[in-house]
Design a protein around this ligand. Structure first.
Ligand SMILES: Cc1cc2nc3c(=O)[nH]c(=O)nc-3n(C[C@H](O)[C@H](O)[C@H](O)COP(=O)(O)OP(=O)(O)OC[C@H]3O[C@@H](n4cnc5c(N)ncnc54)[C@H](O)[C@@H]3O)c2cc1C
Length: 387
């Protein structure tokens, strides 16, 4: 079976690996460079927080388990270190308590610990005096997206998968048997099937095949799709885990660097006006970092990026065949948590003909006949524990 994949982010790399393992002849088309899209600018926390409905929570917990299964001695891409989270004020504490109860009811590992125990886990942590309870999620962790992509794509390449890069797919046409891809170079190529793993660019690409795959506008300022990500200079802080706190989220990024987010600041995120790495928002993130961790005095940001989420219009993963059956769509938020799992399930469906029960609630045809304008805008993530 000859299969094309459009896009070499984490999702496309995972599909390439699993399809090549299943015996398909895989060609990936990537317009810019591997990890040029959202995968290269992500907080990359593996979690299943506030993922509703239950089917979406189960998909994300299976996503974490898939990372565990991929883990090897010496792995440089996945760190199942656990996550510490606390809230601020009565409303925040209530929100966190409700989230923890819901996760417990779902048998998701979480426990309340004291600030002293939290400092054993993260020695340089500074916990505000008013915080007495911290939620500890031992099954969570983080990914370094580019090393993960290297792990997935490297195996696909070893198994014979080919990469056409830079090469943009400008049109998809389903034929009686298979698909015809039109390329920006003017060429056209035929395949038995195509996997759309084009992230936030999926909607126009699908439209070229006459398919409606609605995604939230990835460029809308202050919306649910956009968010700042600060990349710090190396700091001598002992913080080996994910922290999701009211004023700052932080995770290690290798070599002593951290990735930081202040979700309430994201209301000002605008891809058309990227902030300076030494401007107001950078200063605010660095001040919050000093509040959160010893060892971060004098920390600066090497970069402050505006991340753009690949967000299906209803917030949930889109996975499955669309149209006549030669076009398979993989468009999702939480694509770092879900990438390895979605690639495997897609390959089982495309090559093995085995339908995945986990994906049943997430099929593209749920949008058939839906008036695009009637889909309500998504609520932006503004509190610790959301993403
Ligand atoms: C601020 C922020 C925080 C996030 N935090 C988390 C988190 O904590 N945990 C988590 O799991 N997820 C998180 N995510 C989401 C996650 O990063 C994404 O879901 C994931 O990276 C999407 O990967 P992808 O491979 O689908 O898309 P992408 O990485 O965008 O890859 C798509 C690729 O397709 C290529 N392409 C597009 N169109 C074409 C074309 N026509 N022809 C050829 N190539 C094309 C692009 O160049 C790109 O390389 C976050 C995202 C953001 C923005």
């Amino acid at each position: 079976m000859r299969i094309a994949i459009i896009g070499l982010g984490v999702v496309g790399a995972s599909a390439a690996r699993s399809l090549a393992r299943a015996g398909a002849r895989v060609t990936v088309f990537e317009r810019t460079a591997p990890a040029a899209g959202t995968s290269g600018t992500s907080f990359a926390w593996t979690n299943s927080h506030q993922k509703d409905p239950l089917a979406y929570h189960e998909l994300n917990t299976a996503g974490i388990a898939e990372h565990d299964a991929l883990l090897e001695p010496g792995a440089d891409w996945y760190f199942p270190t656990g996550n510490l989270e606390w809230a601020a004020g009565p409303a925040g504490n209530e929100r966190l308590a409700a989230a923890v109860s819901q996760l417990r009811a779902r048998d998701y590992p979480v426990e309340w610990i004291t600030p002293a125990r939290a400092r054993e886990l993260v020695p340089d942590l500074r916990v505000p005096a008013e915080v007495t309870e911290i939620a500890w999620y031992p099954r969570e962790g983080y990914v370094l997206p580019v090393p993960l992509l290297a792990r997935l794509w490297g195996e696909a390449r070893d198994l014979g998968a080919g990469l056409r890069c830079p090469e943009e797919v400008v049109g998809i046409e389903e034929r009686a048997a298979g698909v015809r891809l039109a390329l920006a170079s003017g060429e056209a190529e035929r395949f038995d099937a195509v996997v759309l793993a084009a992230g936030r660019w999926t909607e126009p690409l699908a439209a070229s095949a006459g398919l409606m795959i609605p995604l939230a506008d990835p460029d809308a300022p202050g919306s649910a799709t956009v968010g700042f990500l600060g990349y710090t200079t190396p700091v001598p802080a002992r913080v080996g885990r994910v922290l999701t706190t009211p004023r700052l989220n932080a995770r290690p990024d290798g070599g002593g660097r951290l990735v930081v987010q202040g979700l309430d600041l994201d209301a000002a995120a605008d891809p058309a006006n990227p902030p300076a790495p030494d401007g107001e928002y950078a200063r605010r993130l660095c001040a919050r970092l000093r509040e959160l961790l010893h060892g971060t005095e004098g920390a600066r940001l090497d970069a402050l990026r505006v991340g753009r989420r690949a967000m299906p219009a209803d917030g949930h993963t889109i996975a499955g065949f669309a149209g006549g059956g030669a076009v398979y769509v993989l468009a999702t938020h939480s694509g770092i948590t879900l990438g390895p799992l979605l690639g495997r399930l897609a390959a089982e469906e495309i090559v093995g003909g085995r339908t995945s029960a986990l994906l049943e609630r997430f099929r593209p045809h749920r949008f058939a006949g839906v008036d695009r304008a009637s889909i309500a805008p998504l609520t932006p993530a503004r509190f610790a524990g959301q993403q």
